[in-house]
Design a protein around this ligand. Structure first.
Ligand code: 8X3
Length: 258
């Protein structure tokens, strides 16, 4: 028996685009209330009508940069009463910057990736999980990557940040053992989002090459895996979902249509 998401409070970080936005839509369709966090409040506001039409009974948009430790603490500690009992946290905010040999890389790229993918995820988790433990109810769904399973050339810090996510998920699951709170890591391969555009700082041509002659995963495919993990019966904890396009065997073996 799958779990109903009707009126459940689902908090999604990085909700204004890509996997985060697709996940918000998927949960909306299943009647969940959405606590959406992103740096770009205007983008969240622009999504709101569509999410309500899709079936979300209530939406609360929050401007939040997960890298800002004080803002994460203050914002999440001061949520309106009706939004405090978060049922599902989707730690989606994350990014890659650059694809360069480690010894040539710009250190600012590392700061941004580690601050967002690792520290940001930790800050949000630290703010929300104590309430879940207190209520003995909840699910944390972290966005990992195939990159967290094996390093690939020129991506060592991004891969390391996703390996950190994987071990944080494992460690948190251990720490939560004995409670009813579940932890899942969703680890995609190539997904067609703004991921590569952001990695290459707006170089659209280079970004497009990543997905050339391949049917990449779409954000909706990841949202589907998230939804599936979230709706398993309470005695089932989906620990990891590793998903790639069919044409991608791993980070190195990819068949492109000629
Ligand atoms: C995104 C997938 O393979 O570009 O995390 O690292 S990959």
């Amino acid at each position: 028996m799958s779990i109903s998401l009707k009126n459940k409070i689902v908090c999604i970080t990085g909700a204004s685009s890509g996997i985060g936005a697709a996940t918000a839509m998927e949960f909306a369709r299943h009647g969940a209330k959405l606590l959406l966090c992103a740096r770009r409040l205007d983008r969240l506001q622009a999504m709101e009508a569509e999410l309500r039409d899709a079936g979300s009974p209530d939406i609360f948009n929050v401007a939040l940069d997960v890298r800002n430790r004080d803002a994460v603490h203050t914002t999440l500690a001061n949520l309106p009463e009706a939004w405090r009992s978060i049922d599902i946290l989707v730690n989606n905010a994350g990014l890659s910057r650059g694809l360069t040999k480690l010894y040539d890389d710009d250190i600012d790229n590392w700061e941004e990736m580690i601050d967002t993918n690792v520290k940001g995820l930790l800050y949000v988790t630290r703010a929300i999980v104590p309430g879940m433990v207190e209520r003995n109810h909840g699910h944390i769904i972290n966005l990992g990557s195939i990159a967290g399973h094996a390093a690939y050339p020129n991506g060592s810090v991004y891969c390391a940040s996703k390996a950190a996510e994987r071990f944080i998920s494992d460690g948190l699951r251990i720490d939560l053992n004995g409670t009813a709170v579940r932890v899942t890591s969703i680890d995609p391969g190539m997904v067609q989002t703004d991921f590569s555009k952001i990695r290459f700082r707006g170089d659209e041509q280079r970004a497009a090459k990543t997905y050339e002659n391949i049917d990449p995963l779409q954000p909706e495919d990841i949202a589907d895996a998230i939804l599936w993990s979230a709706t398993r019966p309470p005695h089932v904890n989906i620990q990891t979902v590793l998903l790639t396009p069919t044409a991608q065997a791993n980070a190195f073996v990819i068949t492109r249509k000629s």
